[in-house]
Ligand binder design. Sequence first.
Ligand code: F6R
Length: 591
Amino acid sequence: MCGIFGYVGPRRAAGPMILDALKRLEYRGYDSWGVAVGIDGHVGLSKRAGRIGDAVVDLPDACIGFGHTRWATHGGVSDVNAHPHLDCTGRFAVIHNGIIENFRTLRSRLESRGHVFRSETDTEVVSHLIEETVGASSEPCTVVEAVRQVFAMLRGLNAVIVLDTVTQQLVAAKNVSPLVVGRGEDAAYIASDAVALVGHAREVHYVEDREIVALGPDGVQFYDSATGAPRAAAFVPLTLREADMSLNGFDHYLIKEIHEQPRVLRRIAENYAEPVHHLAELISEAYGSFLIGCGTSSYAALTGSYLFSRIARRHVNFAVGSEFKYQEHFLTDRSLVIALSQSGETADIIDAVMAAKRAGARVAALVNVPGSTLDRLADFSIHLGAGPEQSVLSTKSYTAKVAILMLTAHVLNGSEHVGREHLWRAVDGVEQALAPASVQRIQEIAAYMADKEHCFVIGRGLSYPTALEAALKIKEISYIHAEGFAGGELKHGVIALVEEGTPCLVFSPIDETRDDILSGAMELRSRGGFIVGISPEPEEVFDIHLPVADVGDASPLVGVIPAQLLGYYLALRRGLDPDKPRNLAKSVTVK
Ligand code: F6R
């Protein structure tokens, strides 16, 4: 959460360039934005609540600066709480991602020593602490040393960057929260996410927790955060391309990414034999495996748990990432934790993985962002290869994770060829679900549902997690209350909410759940429910039938597509921004 972009180089118009780069990071938070540049000992500042939109910055010429897009944690959404935050003298500016857990204590101490705070944020303590540490030392204290000392005072998962307008440096430190440094032709950059560096940097270095990094007129330097001694750091080429980031003619990233799924799945069907075999080996060697994920990734993980039991007759536990640490898992050095995450930065997952590592467990990751924290923590990673997911909603990374887990289950079962065949059928099935005739059907359903308040989604067995994911796709973007259920659970309470015309989505693939799910649909219909059946075959109980291909064990891959499309077209109907739903942000780096 929160997008960060910093620049040091020869371009004098740093401000507008930084603002432009921030637009690419807005999916990390869009409550407010701000840009600061450094000019001869003082800060030029422009910041505002709300989205960047067509904003322009009126800042003096400068060769150094940074910017921030905020997802508010401490302090409401306002101009004054937008980052950057200055110290009392105006020499330093600070941007931050994370939560400083002990900021209240730090703030009251600073206030008692005469510092005046302008904002309600936790971040502002850093500006004043840097001011004190640089100014109060009897020996001259460099800003690098001040950042090292101040960062050690902060509790929590944080990334902090300080702009020193006197030395013309950006100095950064981090704990878990991601930062990546980039080097270009004659300039240096720092960002929360490598996507912001595309078109700027040629090579990148993912900052380690034990590093302090300084960008200034002398280039990029690294220091050890424990001792302050200089240290070396390796850079790797930045492989993302400008073409991966563009809309490619689509109106929104969400619809573009939904349409990219056949390509992503095809790539997995063609290329993933080796990593899938390795994951299957790890599972068979382990004495207890756990699939974990948050949000959409948790539904992919739950789907995996069903797939392993159904295909490989193997129990692979499932836990929601944020709940994992509250259960006694008896993790040992023979356990395997398989962490699923698009971003590789979700704080609850990182937390769970670190706890698993402390217990000696092995960690495998299914992750979309190479170089992310999870990718670096894991003993073994499978990169999803889905390309950048720029819409806040997860789509293509979800189907990629499910496809990989399905293949792994088949490898464990010794039926890899069947898994691959089902996946190829799913590639065709997803293409059919995206064809103009299917899309038109979805648009009609969106028209029917647009003014409804509630919607229920049911599935059984393998389709139960699909129902949960479908409901999430609908509610997070259209703000219609959508609830996913295991079909059998309806009559234990939820059916009380169904009334005349309530839209009910029913997943009915051709598998062992079919008879039971159709009787659930009948029960809904008898209470007035309007039944949208997502199924290979029409059924009498459906008011509308959305045909999907029969693809065997890969049914979650084709089932979810109509729900993704429905979410998108409902958002359009309701005049909402499909790429930036309210209150959400991509990459949830706070707990
Ligand atoms: C929903 C969505 C979120 C994420 C969740 C985990 O569309 O995007 O529920 O799935 O925040 O994110 P990752 O997969 O990056 O760990």
